[in-house]
Every structure is written in C-alpha cells, then in structure tokens.
Design a protein. Structure first.
Length: 265
C-alpha cells in the first residue's frame, strides 16, 4: 500500500445491492435502516483511516471527496403469484419499504450522493433448477399411468413401486414454498452509473484515490482507465474472495468492515 494521501482526495463508491447481501454474512443487520446506514459510515471512516494513516478518525470527512451509494429504485408493479394465487403489489412489499427508507436516511448523511437505477420486470415467474428439476422428473411417470384401469368408483390401483413414487411426488410438492418462485426482476443502470462516475472522477481529476466496494468483475474496464490516468484504485469485496486475475487491475485490496468470525465446528 502507498503512503498517506492528500486532503479530500478519496472517493468511495459502494455497490448497495452487494453491500446489503454481504452484511448478514459479516454478522451485521442487513434489513435495518439505521444499522445499514451506520455500517456505511463505519466502512467509509475505516477506509479513510487506512489510506491516510490518520490516528484520529473524528476528522475523517476532511479527507473525503464524496461517498457514492449505488442501488436501484424498487419495482413498483404488480403480478399474480402462481402458488399463492393472489395479486402481489411489489410497491408495498417489505423490500420496497426498506429500500425507500434507506435511501431517505442516506440522503441526510454528510457527503453522501445517491446514484439510483431502477428495477424492471424482465420475465415471468420462475423457480431455482434444484426445485424445478425434481418436479419435472415426474412427467414421464404421470404420463405412464393407466387410466383405463380406473374402477367404477373412480379409483386406480397402484403397484408398490408406483405407490412409492406417489409418496415421493407428494413430498416434493409439500416441500415447495411460496418463496421458491420469484418474479424475474433485474436492476438497470447501476453498473453504468458506477462506470460513468469512475470515468468522470478520473478524467476531471477530482480525486487521487478511488475505493470501490463491490464483488464482481464488471468494474475492470473502468479500473483500467483510472489506473492508466494515475489514480490509485482500491477494491473492497467485504471479505468475499476474488479471482486471482483481478489483482492486476487494482492497486490494493482492503476491507472497511471487520472480518467475520469463523463458524464454530
């Protein structure tokens, strides 16, 4: 890591969706507005302290250009849930309420700028392959039932093997929960905003150091531009492992939040 940097030369860019997914894995609340806002403050304050070598963290803001928080406005449409057999208003969901409350709280914070894309409906309802595959595997068995053997009372006789198959099928359906199906929603415009801000901060020379809190490799083209222009580019994956080949595109790897404690054996 390089030595201490100049005043107001740090910009911290946070992928909000990634942060919210990682917080529970770090032993922190991921659905509490005040807790998340507090975690953002601690994360940024710690990064500034590590980069500047400052022992007194009370004046950390004087080293900071701005904190950029990227996320997406929640989906505000409605759709009919295939298992619940009822209309779901996503605009009134707990997730939507939490996101709006979090954005309102972050807007009040010093030196924080929100960059919001949106969530759009990409496709219909779907379920994970691990749930769908066992159900589809029963197709041939159902198609092979001999309904010509139905007696006068509408009953059909099953041999022992067929009966065991029915029991397995019943178990599979009983294990299917409402949350196992989800509407295909996608974020739009978040990665683009991150890339544009990295380019603008770099080319306009607003900062000398960029800290990106993210867990994927979509940042690589923007990181290359920043480093070619002389920027110091730090990645914080919040203790998530990254591919070895990403190290050639960053100047340092550090986390602003404590490492999660190993789970007891």
């Amino acid at each position: 890591m390089t030595g201490p940097i100049l005043t107001r030369q740090i910009a911290i860019l946070i992928d909000g969706g990634f942060l919210l997914r990682r917080l529970p894995k770090l032993g922190l609340a991921g659905q509490d507005v005040e807790a998340v806002a507090g975690a953002v403050r601690r994360l940024c304050r710690r990064h500034v302290a590590m980069l500047t070598g400052a022992q007194d963290e009370r004046n950390w803001h004087r080293h900071l250009y701005r904190i950029f928080f990227y996320d997406a406005l929640p989906y505000d449409g409605a759709a009919h849930h295939p298992l619940k057999n009822q209309q779901i208003d996503f605009d009134k969901s707990d997730t939507a309420k939490f996101r709006r409350a979090l954005f309102a709280e972050l807007r009040k914070k010093r030196n924080v700028a929100l960059r919001l894309g949106k969530v759009v409906r990409h496709d219909d309802w779907s379920m994970p392959t691990r749930k769908l595959k066992p159900l589809l595997g029963t197709r041939d068995w159902i198609a092979g039932l001999d309904f010509d053997a139905v007696d006068d009372q509408g009953r059909i006789t099953l041999d022992p093997e067929q009966l065991e198959t029915v029991k397995r099928l019943q178990k599979r359906w009983s294990e299917l929960e409402d949350d196992d199906v989800a509407l295909d929603l996608r974020q739009k415009g978040v990665d683009m905003r991150i890339g544009l801000d990295i380019a603008a901060l770099t080319l306009k020379r607003f900062v000398s150091t960029l800290v990106l809190v993210s867990g994927d490799s979509d940042f690589v083209p923007a990181a290359k531009l920043a480093r070619r222009e002389g920027m110091q580019f730090i990645l914080d994956p919040l203790w998530q492992s990254i591919n070895d080949d990403l190290f050639e595109h960053i100047d340092g790897l550090q986390s602003g939040l404590p490492k999660p404690k190993p789970k007891p054996q």
